[in-house]
Design a binder for this molecule. Structure first.
Ligand code: ATP
Ligand code: MG
Length: 350
């Protein structure tokens, strides 16, 4: 009986001919995130799953924590690898459940290795019966207190209790690069995360008006970048001084156009960075109608300043949904601090 963590692939199981490209990237990401904890040879492949062999039981929590940030994983299951044998399944299930308090049980078996002669129903019945007799509990297939999962794979088998939900989405790096306009607010960190979840590598750009505004907003953006980097392992943040440009806009243009002009220059500069970085799109946290600068007409007038597509993953999202996601991702508490970035410097009266 060997300790293992099984991770199942998320959406990439739906990919056709280029599935192996997605799997290779996912494997690379899993190995990257576990480096320093495990040798890369501990992570092995399999159809729709990877198997991670654990040497040090004390490292399990740390490994699970790091895996929870890997996009492309549907779930994470801590368990054991055993031989393909019904009696061994029964004994292993009993061992895994020892010390747990439960009244009902379900056994769920998935048999991908059809060479194993017992069907999954037969395995469920046999192991279920053994557990019920041993612990004096009942079977409950709908809402059990405990579940034992058995996966019968190529010449081996895995047994585990709970499935932890993985981050889902597509593996970081499979969708190319984007440049995200990142403020210290709630929306743009969530927008960046949503695009990351679709497999894009995100490069961050923040515009600041130092020395007219404080260092604080820049520090907040750095902290937000650190949180988001857990999901893509490495990040680049461009800090762009914006005050001179803003002064020029204020001197030369009507007040009513100020915010739109700031935004047009922001996307132009971001596009230049995108060209240097070989990125293929820009990302913003805009949501249709949320504030005066985000009406459809203004969005259009910002859009036409550049030729690269501007992705707006939050365009149809309500503020509450965004806040809930910000909490889940871990950027909410940083964004909720007051900040004075370039938007507050030389802001128009209306
Ligand atoms: P956020 O919560 O992301 O700040 P917001 O609802 O405050 O968004 P705006 O201030 O109108 O909306 O900004 C719209 C978008 O422009 C932001 O989501 C972000 O992508 C970009 N943006 C705004 N300010 C900056 C900045 N200082 N640096 C980089 N990008 C910015
Ligand atoms: Mg803002």
């Amino acid at each position: 009986m060997k300790s293992v963590i099984i991770v199942h692939h998320h959406e990439i199981t739906l990919k056709g001919d280029n599935r192996s490209f997605f799997e290779r990237q996912l494997m690379k990401n899993v190995r990257t995130v576990l480096s320093g904890l495990l040798p890369s040879s501990s992570v092995g492949g399999g159809y729709g799953r990877f198997v991670i062999h654990i040497e040090e039981q004390s490292e399990v929590d740390k490994i699970v924590e790091r895996l929870s940030f890997v996009f492309g994983l549907a779930n994470i299951c801590v368990g054991v690898e055993v031989e393909q044998n019904l009696d061994v399944f029964c004994e292993t299930a009993k061992k895994l459940l020892e010390g747990q308090s439960f009244k009902t049980i379900r056994v769920h078996t998935a048999r991908s290795d059809k060479k194993f002669s017992h069907g999954s129903m037969a395995v469920n019945a046999k192991v279920g019966e053994a557990i019920c007799n041993h612990f004096n509990v009942r079977a409950n297939l709908k809402e059990p207190d405990e579940t034992i999962n058995i996966e019968i794979a190529d010449n081996t088998a895995y047994v585990y209790r709970a499935k932890l939900k993985g981050a889902g989405g597509l593996p970081s790096g499979v969708s190319g690069k984007v440049v995200s306009l990142l403020s210290a607010g709630f929306d743009s960190p969530v927008a960046s995360w949503k695009i990351m979840k679709r497999g894009a590598s995100v490069i961050f750009v923040h515009f600041h008006s130092m020395p007219y505004t404080s260092q604080h907003s820049v520090d907040q953006v750095r902290q937000i970048t650190e949180v988001l980097t857990k999901y893509q392992f490495t990040s680049k943040l461009y800090l762009v001084p914006f005050a001179d440009l803003q002064n020029e806009i204020v001197l030369q243009t009507p007040q009513s156009l100020r915010v739109i002009l700031y935004r047009r220059f922001m996307v132009r500069i971001a596009e230049e960075i995108a060209h240097r970085e070989k990125a293929e799109a820009l990302v913003t946290g805009e949501s249709v109608g949320q504030v005066a600068s985000q009406t459809l007409r203004n969005i259009r007038n910002i859009e036409i300043a550049v030729t690269l597509p501007i992705l707006r993953p939050l365009s149809g999202t309500d503020k509450e949904e965004t806040m809930a996601l910000a909490r889940r991702i871990g950027t909410h508490d940083i964004s909720k601090e007051p900040y004075d970035d370039c938007c507050s410097f030389l802001a128009p009266r209306k």
